[in-house]
Design a protein around this ligand. Structure first.
Ligand SMILES: [Ca+2]
Ligand SMILES: [Ca+2]
Ligand SMILES: [Ca+2]
Length: 244
């Protein structure tokens, strides 16, 4: 269809055209702006997501660390408890053993005291046994040895007085049977301090006198030794345990 365009129409067309172009430019501009906005918004959302992800990860790590710490503390605490229990058990066992040892010690002490009271007398660091029968010097010594002792060895004036006061007439552990006139104690030591009675030793018997006993009822406790025949069977004897 043919269209006639006048000058006025031409202006209108031009105006319309310009309007169309402006409109198109406006739409493009808005579209681009909208796209940018969407892009920016998308970019912002991704950032937030990243922050959230990092935050959650950090939180999980903290929870794991706390859990690990608690587990380690619990394990350590259990180990310590077991150690304490073991030490307590050991302590109780040792206490019980100590108690038993104390009981044994007390019983042994009682036995020793009873034994000492009945048969042995204590003086300084020695124990003395006084026989209630009579034997030769050799048999007397044998009896002492069986008791874990030996015939008494008088080492001091004090001991001489103690033995003299026992009011017996005992053999003591002194002899010159190995060499006449050379007096020796049964422990092998030579005689240094003697307490002979008047005119003793006299080796007076037919076959000599080589073993020593104490007289009793003499004037002095420091002067009562006598040598006699070793086979004399009329004497008691006295044994000594040193450091008993
Ligand atoms: Ca002695
Ligand atoms: Ca003699
Ligand atoms: Ca004599």
């Amino acid at each position: 269809m043919a269209v006639s365009v006048s000058a006025g129409d031409s202006e209108i067309i031009e105006v319309e055209t310009n309007l169309s172009e402006d409109l198109a430019n406006y739409v493009n501009t808005k579209t681009n702006t909208a796209k940018k906005t969407v892009a920016v918004q998308k970019s912002g959302t991704a950032g937030k997501m990243l922050y959230i992800l990092v935050g959650v990860s950090f939180g999980l790590m903290c929870v794991l660390q706390v859990t690990l710490n608690i587990s380690l503390r619990l394990a350590h605490s259990n180990f310590l408890e077991e150690q304490i229990k073991w030490l307590e058990t050991s302590y109780n066992n040792l206490t019980e053993e100590k108690k038993q040892l104390q009981i044994s010690y007390n019983n042994l002490t009682k036995e020793r005291d009873k034994f000492t009271e009945l048969e042995w007398r204590k003086f300084n660091s020695s124990l003395y046994y006084i026989s209630n029968e009579y034997k030769t010097w050799e048999d007397s010594r044998r009896d002492c040895l069986k008791r874990g002792a030996d015939l008494a060895v008088i080492n001091s004036e004090e001991e001489q007085v103690f033995i003299s006061q026992l009011n017996t007439k005992p053999w003591i552990g002194l002899t010159d049977k190995d060499s006449e006139g050379t007096w020796k104690w049964v422990d092998g030591t030579p005689l240094t301090t003697a307490f002979w009675f008047t005119e003793e030793p006299n080796d007076g018997a037919v076959n000599g006198e080589d073993c020593v006993s104490l007289y009793y009822h003499t004037e002095s406790a420091l002067k009562n030794w006598n040598d006699l025949a070793c086979n004399n069977t009329e004497l008691m004897w006295i044994c000594e345990i040193v450091n008993g």
